[in-house]
Design a protein around this ligand. Sequence first.
Ligand SMILES: Nc1nc2c(c(=O)[nH]1)N[C@H]1C(S)=C(S)[C@@H](COP(=O)(O)OP(=O)(O)OC[C@H]3O[C@@H](n4cnc5c(=O)[nH]c(N)nc54)[C@H](O)[C@@H]3O)O[C@H]1N2
Ligand SMILES: Nc1nc2c(c(=O)[nH]1)N[C@H]1C(S)=C(S)[C@@H](COP(=O)(O)OP(=O)(O)OC[C@H]3O[C@@H](n4cnc5c(=O)[nH]c(N)nc54)[C@H](O)[C@@H]3O)O[C@H]1N2
Ligand code: SF4
Ligand SMILES: [Mo]
Length: 699
Amino acid sequence: MKEVIRTTCSYCSVGCNFDATIEDGHLLSFLPNKTYPVNLGKSCPKGFNLMKAFESDERALTPMLRTGAGTLEPVGWEKALEVFVDRFKGIRDEHGPESVAFLSTGQMPMEEMALLGAVFKFGMGFLHADGNTRQCMATAAVAYKQAFGFDAPPFSYKDFEESDLLIFVGANPVIAHPVMWNRVKMNKKNPRIIVIDPRKTKTAGEAALHLPVKPKGDLDLLYAVAHVLLERNWIDRDFIDRHTSGFADFSNHLRDFSPKSVESRTGIPPALVEELARMIHESSAVSLWWTMGVNQSHQGVRTAQAIINIALMTGNIGRPGTGPNSITGQANAMGSRLFSNTTSLFAGYDTTNDEHRRTIAELLNIDTDFIPDRNGMPYHKILEAVDAGSIKGLWVIATNPAHSWIDRNSLYGKLDKLDFLVVQDLYTTTETARHADLILPAAGSGEKTGTFINSERRLGIVDKITDPPGEAMSDFDIFRHIADAWGCGDMFSGWTHPEAAFNILQHSTEGRPCDITGIAGYDQLRAAGGIQWPYPKTGRDDKTERRLFADGRFYTSDGRARFLFEQSHDVPEPADEEYPVELLSGRGSVAQFHTQTRTGKVAMLNKISPQKCYVEINPDDAEALGLADGDDVEVASRRGSVIVSAVISDGLVPGQVFMPMHFEETNRLTYPAFDPYSAEPSYKHSAVRLSVAHLKRET
Ligand SMILES: Nc1nc2c(c(=O)[nH]1)N[C@H]1C(S)=C(S)[C@@H](COP(=O)(O)OP(=O)(O)OC[C@H]3O[C@@H](n4cnc5c(=O)[nH]c(N)nc54)[C@H](O)[C@@H]3O)O[C@H]1N2
Ligand SMILES: Nc1nc2c(c(=O)[nH]1)N[C@H]1C(S)=C(S)[C@@H](COP(=O)(O)OP(=O)(O)OC[C@H]3O[C@@H](n4cnc5c(=O)[nH]c(N)nc54)[C@H](O)[C@@H]3O)O[C@H]1N2
Ligand code: SF4
Ligand SMILES: [Mo]
């Protein structure tokens, strides 16, 4: 019998829905759903091929344990769980509860993330836990929390259609959020599009104005724009007075940021800054969108807040087509931000607040003492502790840091220092899994059930289409088995299946900004085409698309949004004589996702994307090196060197090059700098040197 099951794509945060037609357990077709309010029948190549990535012979089919001889051998679940518990308990008994950590993800359903955090911290009694969302969204989360009182991206995708001016800062949605870009195309107001990016990207190619800002010059540039807006009195004084705090101090701060005075730092001529400010003033609905070009920076939080400040001072928030809008990255980065239990408790509750801990303890029916009263270390500190030998056990779930972490060469030595490394993934072959002592085989998104929250705060259903192969299990079931084997299963007896976990999480949101107590279970999510938070039991509106802050009230204690700012800082590793070129990195192809563990296994996607690592270089720089398109070139930084192909592109200005993160070479070069507030790595700026290849390719 044929059956059609709808599910949410588990690559990017757009959150497209697909209809899977199955017959006798076999997938007949996988097509974008025509009525889902997010994608309305559209897909990108990754989404169409989502289920194909799961058919690989590199799948982990049974748990695999490293033997004395150093090889990974299949073992049953019973043995795997026994070893997991023995080794981690052994480390804990010898070195204490701070000697084991986990690193996880924005790619698992929120019920799974929530269960993981609860089992690890409340059940197993550990403290240090972080996720790859630190590599990605930490900056935006901190920026919003400080400015609005809660991590609350205010927009709905409808805003793309309702703006008359859209400003993209450090975002390349044509490549990274392709279906979302369709929503911009659906805008009937003939909007003007501005792109601020050092490179002339595909998105910049569609813009009326491209500002090729110097890498990390955004903070000065945005302050200069604010300076002009203030000087010309192109501000919304009424909104500022009624709904914000800190504007007088911000105005003082802006004095030093005339477009002329910052030109050498931004590379943008004053006339263009004036033009941008004028366009903002003359438009009735301005939206500002940012992604990794802002977040991944040594001054990311303040840069994101400089964007927020422009929206606040011009009253571009809470109305259709407006907002300072962070586009998120992974399919469930937003769910992870709210429910992962890594940097805050469920529903954004604060670990260090006694009352908040009591509330969560009551909800879970556990003793408050089981909930740690301080935050664990962020990602880079966890790795430093591994290096220093104080963290001896690491559990890596649905992320591949041996490829994706900044300055990954240095990570290798660290992973080898661990006494016990567990990797829980779909495949046995990821760069990280190759270092594992134990691999736990997990089901992929179409092989299990749960929910994701997309970029516009929409909860969408992930439904099971096919069974996972071999003995692979959903992460949810793996965590439950681990809790039982550890001896803390009783604490989670209510978490019988994903929807039961969803109900618990719903309760945790009562009265919070992200209140979702009004959702009548998975069936309503299925029927409604996803639901955006907030969706409380009472006093909600039932529109399909909603934005926040229409009433001008924010989640801070005084209800006002805060202007936050500071001096800009030089890039941590400036180009110099020895390493004279600036290296940018990011997404290179619409067909590849991150470290390619999934997309790289799909023939059709490999056909339409580069198969070898490359560096994009300006024609003048290429000529100076005597390079032709496709030639091998050595790219070296103080961390290491790699040999890659040259791609000559006039999208780059001289002195800057770009490498895609999809190849393991790129993070051999990156310089490990971090934002001081969010601890997010500054992946997009390092100093390198190019020379015509003469070395053998590194392995
Ligand atoms: N095809 C595909 N899509 C994806 C992903 C994928 O791997 N592949 N990953 C998903 C995830 S997790 C994420 S986080 C998003 C990322 O989505 P994006 O952030 O849009 O993608 P990136 O290419 O990482 O970075 C965006 C741009 O920042 C620019 N940039 C670099 N430095 C600066 C700077 O100092 N200032 C400014 N203004 N711009 C700068 C780069 O040139 C780049 O064009 O994509 C998601 N979608
Ligand atoms: N140089 C440079 N580096 C970067 C970036 C950059 O712009 N430049 N961007 C950074 C960003 S924004 C991000 S988000 C990170 C991403 O970095 P990673 O998270 O390391 O990248 P992925 O390849 O997505 O790894 C996810 C892993 O989870 C597995 N997986 C998928 N689904 C499931 C599941 O349901 N369960 C389990 N157990 N496993 C699953 C996949 O097979 C894969 O091995 O990279 C960062 N690294
Ligand atoms: S745009 Fe993102 S969510 Fe939509 S199909 Fe492509 S990868 Fe999946
Ligand atoms: Mo990301």
